[in-house]
Design a protein around this ligand. Sequence first.
Ligand code: AN7
Length: 352
Amino acid sequence: MMPWRGVIEEFRKFLPVTEQTPVVTLCEGNTPLIRANRLAKRICPHVELYLKVEGANPTGSFKDRGMTLAVSKALEKNVRAVMCASTGNTSAAAAAYGGRAGLPVYVLVPAGKVALGKLAQAMAHGAIVIQIEGNFDQALSIVKDLCANEEFELVNSLNPFRLEGQKTAALEVCDQLGRAPTYHCLPVGNAGNISAYWKGYKEYRTAGQIAECPKMMGFQAQGAAPIVRGHVVEQPQTVATAIRIGNPASWKLAEQAVAESSGAIRMVTDEEILDAYQALAKEEGVFCEPASAASVAGLTKCSQAGLFPEGATVVCTLTGHGLKDPDIAVEISPKTLTVKATREDVLALLRS
Ligand code: AN7
Protein backbone atom coordinates (compact mmCIF):
# COMPACT_ATOMS: atom_id res chain seq x y z
CA MET A 1 0.00 0.00 0.00
CA MET A 2 1.21 3.48 -0.85
CA PRO A 3 1.97 5.66 2.16
CA TRP A 4 -0.48 8.51 2.76
CA ARG A 5 0.59 11.59 0.77
CA GLY A 6 -1.46 14.33 2.41
CA VAL A 7 -4.88 15.64 1.49
CA ILE A 8 -3.95 17.42 -1.76
CA GLU A 9 -2.59 14.29 -3.43
CA GLU A 10 -5.13 11.93 -1.89
CA PHE A 11 -8.15 14.04 -2.92
CA ARG A 12 -6.63 15.85 -5.90
CA LYS A 13 -9.62 15.42 -8.18
CA PHE A 14 -11.89 17.16 -5.68
CA LEU A 15 -9.54 20.13 -5.17
CA PRO A 16 -8.69 23.27 -7.19
CA VAL A 17 -5.06 22.35 -7.93
CA THR A 18 -3.17 21.75 -11.17
CA GLU A 19 0.12 20.09 -12.06
CA GLN A 20 1.68 23.54 -11.65
CA THR A 21 0.61 23.92 -8.02
CA PRO A 22 3.62 23.42 -5.71
CA VAL A 23 2.31 21.09 -3.02
CA VAL A 24 3.28 22.14 0.51
CA THR A 25 2.31 19.26 2.76
CA LEU A 26 3.11 17.71 6.12
CA CYS A 27 1.12 14.59 5.14
CA GLU A 28 -1.93 15.87 7.00
CA GLY A 29 -5.24 14.01 7.05
CA ASN A 30 -5.93 10.27 7.36
CA THR A 31 -6.88 10.88 10.98
CA PRO A 32 -8.49 8.14 13.09
CA LEU A 33 -12.24 7.60 13.10
CA ILE A 34 -12.81 5.63 16.27
CA ARG A 35 -15.84 4.00 17.88
CA ALA A 36 -16.71 5.42 21.30
CA ASN A 37 -18.80 2.68 22.90
CA ARG A 38 -18.16 3.47 26.53
CA LEU A 39 -19.15 7.10 26.12
CA ALA A 40 -22.11 6.22 23.90
CA LYS A 41 -23.43 3.77 26.47
CA ARG A 42 -23.63 6.56 29.02
CA ILE A 43 -24.70 9.59 26.96
CA CYS A 44 -26.52 8.22 23.89
CA PRO A 45 -27.11 4.46 24.24
CA HIS A 46 -29.26 4.13 21.13
CA VAL A 47 -26.64 5.71 18.87
CA GLU A 48 -23.56 4.38 17.05
CA LEU A 49 -20.95 6.98 18.01
CA TYR A 50 -17.66 7.74 16.26
CA LEU A 51 -14.98 10.32 16.97
CA LYS A 52 -13.00 11.92 14.13
CA VAL A 53 -9.75 12.69 15.90
CA GLU A 54 -8.36 15.76 14.14
CA GLY A 55 -5.82 16.35 16.88
CA ALA A 56 -3.83 13.63 15.10
CA ASN A 57 -2.92 16.07 12.31
CA PRO A 58 0.71 17.29 12.08
CA THR A 59 0.19 20.53 14.03
CA GLY A 60 -2.52 18.99 16.19
CA SER A 61 -5.67 20.42 14.63
CA PHE A 62 -7.96 20.26 11.58
CA LYS A 63 -6.50 23.55 10.35
CA ASP A 64 -3.71 21.62 8.59
CA ARG A 65 -6.16 20.39 5.96
CA GLY A 66 -7.00 23.91 4.88
CA MET A 67 -3.53 25.31 5.37
CA THR A 68 -1.82 22.82 3.03
CA LEU A 69 -4.04 24.13 0.23
CA ALA A 70 -4.00 27.83 1.17
CA VAL A 71 -0.19 27.90 1.44
CA SER A 72 0.32 25.84 -1.72
CA LYS A 73 -1.90 28.26 -3.67
CA ALA A 74 -0.16 31.24 -2.07
CA LEU A 75 3.19 29.86 -3.23
CA GLU A 76 1.79 29.25 -6.72
CA LYS A 77 0.69 32.90 -6.79
CA ASN A 78 4.16 34.04 -5.72
CA VAL A 79 2.97 36.02 -2.72
CA ARG A 80 5.53 37.73 -0.47
CA ALA A 81 4.07 36.69 2.88
CA VAL A 82 1.00 35.15 4.50
CA MET A 83 -1.07 36.60 7.32
CA CYS A 84 -3.95 35.53 9.55
CA ALA A 85 -5.89 36.40 12.66
CA SER A 86 -6.34 33.48 15.00
CA THR A 87 -7.61 32.11 18.27
CA GLY A 88 -4.51 29.90 18.07
CA ASN A 89 -4.80 26.86 15.84
CA THR A 90 -4.85 28.72 12.54
CA SER A 91 -1.71 30.57 13.58
CA ALA A 92 0.04 27.31 14.49
CA ALA A 93 -0.83 25.76 11.13
CA ALA A 94 0.01 28.92 9.16
CA ALA A 95 3.36 29.14 10.93
CA ALA A 96 4.22 25.51 10.18
CA TYR A 97 3.12 25.40 6.54
CA GLY A 98 4.35 28.92 5.81
CA GLY A 99 7.72 28.06 7.30
CA ARG A 100 7.90 24.91 5.19
CA ALA A 101 7.07 26.96 2.09
CA GLY A 102 9.78 29.49 2.93
CA LEU A 103 7.26 32.31 3.32
CA PRO A 104 7.21 34.91 6.09
CA VAL A 105 4.18 34.41 8.35
CA TYR A 106 2.42 37.15 10.33
CA VAL A 107 -0.24 36.26 12.87
CA LEU A 108 -2.50 38.47 14.97
CA VAL A 109 -3.90 36.90 18.13
CA PRO A 110 -5.99 38.17 21.06
CA ALA A 111 -3.54 39.00 23.86
CA GLY A 112 -3.68 36.55 26.76
CA LYS A 113 -6.45 34.44 25.20
CA VAL A 114 -4.47 31.91 23.19
CA ALA A 115 -3.78 28.50 24.70
CA LEU A 116 -0.11 28.03 25.56
CA GLY A 117 0.60 25.15 23.19
CA LYS A 118 -0.67 27.09 20.19
CA LEU A 119 1.35 30.18 21.04
CA ALA A 120 4.43 27.98 21.47
CA GLN A 121 3.87 26.46 18.04
CA ALA A 122 3.52 29.77 16.21
CA MET A 123 6.67 31.04 17.91
CA ALA A 124 8.66 27.86 17.36
CA HIS A 125 7.84 27.76 13.64
CA GLY A 126 9.18 31.29 13.28
CA ALA A 127 6.04 33.33 12.72
CA ILE A 128 5.93 36.99 13.69
CA VAL A 129 3.33 36.85 16.47
CA ILE A 130 1.49 40.08 17.20
CA GLN A 131 -0.76 40.06 20.27
CA ILE A 132 -3.51 42.64 20.01
CA GLU A 133 -5.25 44.08 23.03
CA GLY A 134 -8.63 42.97 21.82
CA ASN A 135 -10.49 39.86 20.67
CA PHE A 136 -10.35 37.62 17.60
CA ASP A 137 -13.03 39.55 15.73
CA GLN A 138 -10.99 42.74 16.02
CA ALA A 139 -7.85 40.92 14.91
CA LEU A 140 -9.64 39.53 11.86
CA SER A 141 -10.95 42.93 10.92
CA ILE A 142 -7.42 44.40 10.98
CA VAL A 143 -6.00 41.48 9.02
CA LYS A 144 -8.70 41.73 6.35
CA ASP A 145 -7.84 45.39 5.96
CA LEU A 146 -4.09 44.75 5.70
CA CYS A 147 -4.59 41.95 3.18
CA ALA A 148 -6.75 44.09 0.91
CA ASN A 149 -3.59 45.24 -0.87
CA GLU A 150 -1.26 42.71 -2.47
CA GLU A 151 1.44 42.67 0.17
CA PHE A 152 0.07 39.90 2.39
CA GLU A 153 -1.95 36.82 1.45
CA LEU A 154 -4.86 36.20 3.81
CA VAL A 155 -4.92 32.58 5.04
CA ASN A 156 -7.98 32.85 7.27
CA SER A 157 -10.99 30.80 6.16
CA LEU A 158 -12.21 33.78 4.12
CA ASN A 159 -9.59 32.42 1.75
CA PRO A 160 -11.72 29.88 -0.17
CA PHE A 161 -8.83 27.41 -0.47
CA ARG A 162 -8.97 26.90 3.29
CA LEU A 163 -12.49 25.48 3.15
CA GLU A 164 -11.63 23.43 0.06
CA GLY A 165 -8.88 21.70 2.01
CA GLN A 166 -10.98 21.28 5.14
CA LYS A 167 -13.78 19.56 3.23
CA THR A 168 -11.49 16.53 2.82
CA ALA A 169 -12.33 15.53 6.41
CA ALA A 170 -15.91 14.77 5.30
CA LEU A 171 -14.62 12.66 2.39
CA GLU A 172 -12.40 10.71 4.78
CA VAL A 173 -15.27 10.07 7.19
CA CYS A 174 -17.29 8.55 4.31
CA ASP A 175 -14.32 6.46 3.15
CA GLN A 176 -13.74 5.20 6.70
CA LEU A 177 -17.41 4.43 7.44
CA GLY A 178 -18.25 3.17 3.98
CA ARG A 179 -21.20 5.62 4.02
CA ALA A 180 -22.10 9.01 5.44
CA PRO A 181 -23.20 9.22 9.08
CA THR A 182 -26.78 10.22 9.94
CA TYR A 183 -25.60 13.20 11.98
CA HIS A 184 -22.32 15.07 12.08
CA CYS A 185 -21.56 17.19 15.17
CA LEU A 186 -18.95 19.97 15.17
CA PRO A 187 -17.89 22.89 17.33
CA VAL A 188 -18.56 26.25 15.66
CA GLY A 189 -16.34 29.30 16.02
CA ASN A 190 -15.69 31.21 12.83
CA ALA A 191 -18.09 28.70 11.21
CA GLY A 192 -15.73 27.68 8.42
CA ASN A 193 -15.35 24.02 9.29
CA ILE A 194 -19.04 23.12 9.40
CA SER A 195 -19.41 24.86 6.01
CA ALA A 196 -16.43 22.94 4.63
CA TYR A 197 -17.74 19.56 5.80
CA TRP A 198 -21.11 20.26 4.22
CA LYS A 199 -19.46 21.15 0.91
CA GLY A 200 -17.46 17.92 1.11
CA TYR A 201 -20.49 15.74 1.80
CA LYS A 202 -22.47 17.32 -1.05
CA GLU A 203 -19.63 16.82 -3.50
CA TYR A 204 -19.20 13.19 -2.47
CA ARG A 205 -22.91 12.62 -3.01
CA THR A 206 -22.74 14.25 -6.46
CA ALA A 207 -19.77 12.02 -7.28
CA GLY A 208 -21.84 8.96 -6.32
CA GLN A 209 -19.58 8.05 -3.41
CA ILE A 210 -22.41 8.29 -0.85
CA ALA A 211 -26.18 7.97 -1.20
CA GLU A 212 -27.19 10.55 1.38
CA CYS A 213 -25.67 13.42 3.33
CA PRO A 214 -25.75 13.75 7.12
CA LYS A 215 -27.62 16.38 9.09
CA MET A 216 -25.06 18.98 10.18
CA MET A 217 -25.14 19.86 13.89
CA GLY A 218 -23.02 22.81 15.05
CA PHE A 219 -22.38 23.86 18.64
CA GLN A 220 -21.31 27.25 19.90
CA ALA A 221 -20.27 28.12 23.45
CA GLN A 222 -23.06 29.89 25.31
CA GLY A 223 -20.97 33.03 25.88
CA ALA A 224 -19.95 33.14 22.22
CA ALA A 225 -23.07 32.08 20.35
CA PRO A 226 -23.83 34.78 17.77
CA ILE A 227 -25.45 32.42 15.25
CA VAL A 228 -27.79 30.89 17.84
CA ARG A 229 -28.71 34.30 19.23
CA GLY A 230 -29.04 35.89 15.81
CA HIS A 231 -26.76 38.83 16.51
CA VAL A 232 -23.06 39.70 16.83
CA VAL A 233 -21.65 39.16 20.33
CA GLU A 234 -19.36 42.10 21.10
CA GLN A 235 -17.55 40.54 24.07
CA PRO A 236 -17.49 36.78 23.53
CA GLN A 237 -16.48 34.75 26.58
CA THR A 238 -15.81 31.03 26.98
CA VAL A 239 -13.27 28.66 28.50
CA ALA A 240 -13.00 27.21 24.99
CA THR A 241 -10.71 29.96 23.69
CA ALA A 242 -10.54 28.45 20.20
CA ILE A 243 -14.21 29.31 19.62
CA ARG A 244 -14.25 32.62 21.48
CA ILE A 245 -15.63 34.40 18.41
CA GLY A 246 -18.51 36.87 18.29
CA ASN A 247 -18.85 37.59 14.58
CA PRO A 248 -18.10 34.47 12.50
CA ALA A 249 -16.74 35.01 8.99
CA SER A 250 -18.68 32.07 7.54
CA TRP A 251 -21.95 32.83 9.36
CA LYS A 252 -24.10 32.69 6.20
CA LEU A 253 -22.46 29.53 4.85
CA ALA A 254 -23.00 27.76 8.16
CA GLU A 255 -26.67 28.75 8.23
CA GLN A 256 -27.01 27.42 4.69
CA ALA A 257 -25.35 24.13 5.70
CA VAL A 258 -27.76 23.49 8.55
CA ALA A 259 -30.78 24.61 6.52
CA GLU A 260 -29.92 22.42 3.52
CA SER A 261 -29.09 19.40 5.67
CA SER A 262 -32.01 19.78 8.12
CA GLY A 263 -29.51 20.17 10.94
CA ALA A 264 -29.17 22.90 13.55
CA ILE A 265 -26.78 25.18 15.39
CA ARG A 266 -27.22 25.19 19.15
CA MET A 267 -25.26 26.24 22.21
CA VAL A 268 -23.63 24.49 25.14
CA THR A 269 -22.39 25.90 28.45
CA ASP A 270 -18.75 25.96 29.52
CA GLU A 271 -19.65 23.44 32.20
CA GLU A 272 -21.10 21.06 29.62
CA ILE A 273 -18.02 21.55 27.44
CA LEU A 274 -15.65 20.71 30.30
CA ASP A 275 -17.72 17.68 31.34
CA ALA A 276 -17.48 16.30 27.81
CA TYR A 277 -13.77 17.21 27.67
CA GLN A 278 -13.04 15.20 30.81
CA ALA A 279 -15.26 12.29 29.78
CA LEU A 280 -13.51 11.97 26.43
CA ALA A 281 -10.11 11.87 28.08
CA LYS A 282 -11.07 9.55 30.95
CA GLU A 283 -13.56 7.20 29.32
CA GLU A 284 -12.29 7.03 25.77
CA GLY A 285 -8.59 7.83 26.03
CA VAL A 286 -8.97 10.75 23.65
CA PHE A 287 -7.45 14.01 24.82
CA CYS A 288 -8.91 16.92 22.89
CA GLU A 289 -8.95 20.63 23.62
CA PRO A 290 -12.02 22.21 25.28
CA ALA A 291 -13.47 23.71 22.06
CA SER A 292 -13.42 20.29 20.43
CA ALA A 293 -15.50 18.82 23.24
CA ALA A 294 -18.35 21.19 22.34
CA SER A 295 -19.32 18.61 19.70
CA VAL A 296 -19.76 15.89 22.33
CA ALA A 297 -21.40 18.30 24.80
CA GLY A 298 -23.90 19.11 22.06
CA LEU A 299 -24.44 15.45 21.27
CA THR A 300 -25.20 14.79 24.94
CA LYS A 301 -27.73 17.60 25.05
CA CYS A 302 -29.43 16.59 21.80
CA SER A 303 -29.56 12.96 22.83
CA GLN A 304 -31.24 13.87 26.13
CA ALA A 305 -33.75 15.90 24.14
CA GLY A 306 -34.55 12.79 22.10
CA LEU A 307 -33.25 14.18 18.82
CA PHE A 308 -31.53 11.07 17.50
CA PRO A 309 -33.56 8.12 16.22
CA GLU A 310 -32.69 4.56 17.31
CA GLY A 311 -29.64 3.26 15.43
CA ALA A 312 -28.50 6.63 14.11
CA THR A 313 -24.81 6.91 13.27
CA VAL A 314 -23.26 10.04 14.75
CA VAL A 315 -19.77 11.37 14.08
CA CYS A 316 -18.31 14.02 16.40
CA THR A 317 -15.28 15.86 15.11
CA LEU A 318 -12.67 16.51 17.79
CA THR A 319 -10.98 19.45 16.14
CA GLY A 320 -7.78 19.88 18.17
CA HIS A 321 -5.41 18.04 20.52
CA GLY A 322 -5.66 18.34 24.30
CA LEU A 323 -1.97 19.20 24.54
CA LYS A 324 -2.73 22.52 22.87
CA ASP A 325 -4.11 23.79 26.17
CA PRO A 326 -2.20 22.15 29.02
CA ASP A 327 -3.20 24.86 31.53
CA ILE A 328 -6.87 23.95 31.55
CA ALA A 329 -6.15 20.22 31.99
CA VAL A 330 -3.92 20.90 34.98
CA GLU A 331 -6.38 23.39 36.42
CA ILE A 332 -9.44 21.15 36.44
CA SER A 333 -7.93 17.70 37.08
CA PRO A 334 -7.32 16.25 40.57
CA LYS A 335 -4.01 17.46 41.98
CA THR A 336 -0.92 15.30 41.70
CA LEU A 337 0.57 13.92 44.91
CA THR A 338 4.14 14.41 46.11
CA VAL A 339 5.85 12.24 48.73
CA LYS A 340 9.35 11.34 49.92
CA ALA A 341 11.27 9.00 47.60
CA THR A 342 10.77 5.84 49.64
CA ARG A 343 8.74 2.68 49.10
CA GLU A 344 7.11 3.15 52.50
CA ASP A 345 5.96 6.69 51.81
CA VAL A 346 4.46 5.74 48.45
CA LEU A 347 2.74 2.74 50.02
CA ALA A 348 1.39 4.85 52.88
CA LEU A 349 -0.04 7.26 50.36
CA LEU A 350 -1.68 4.49 48.32
CA ARG A 351 -3.32 3.13 51.50
CA SER A 352 -4.47 6.49 52.83
C1 AN7 B 1 -9.98 23.42 18.07
O1 AN7 B 1 -7.57 29.10 14.95
O2 AN7 B 1 -10.79 30.16 14.47
O3 AN7 B 1 -15.95 27.15 13.13
O4 AN7 B 1 -8.27 31.09 14.52
O5 AN7 B 1 -9.32 25.86 16.83
O6 AN7 B 1 -14.17 26.61 11.48
O7 AN7 B 1 -13.85 28.45 13.12
C2 AN7 B 1 -10.10 28.11 15.40
C3 AN7 B 1 -11.29 27.48 15.40
C4 AN7 B 1 -13.11 24.47 16.53
C5 AN7 B 1 -13.91 26.34 15.19
N1 AN7 B 1 -12.19 23.79 17.21
O8 AN7 B 1 -13.85 26.09 13.82
C6 AN7 B 1 -8.48 29.89 14.76
C7 AN7 B 1 -9.88 29.43 14.85
C8 AN7 B 1 -10.94 24.25 17.31
C9 AN7 B 1 -10.57 25.45 16.70
C10 AN7 B 1 -12.82 25.67 15.92
C11 AN7 B 1 -11.55 26.18 16.00
P1 AN7 B 1 -14.50 27.14 12.81
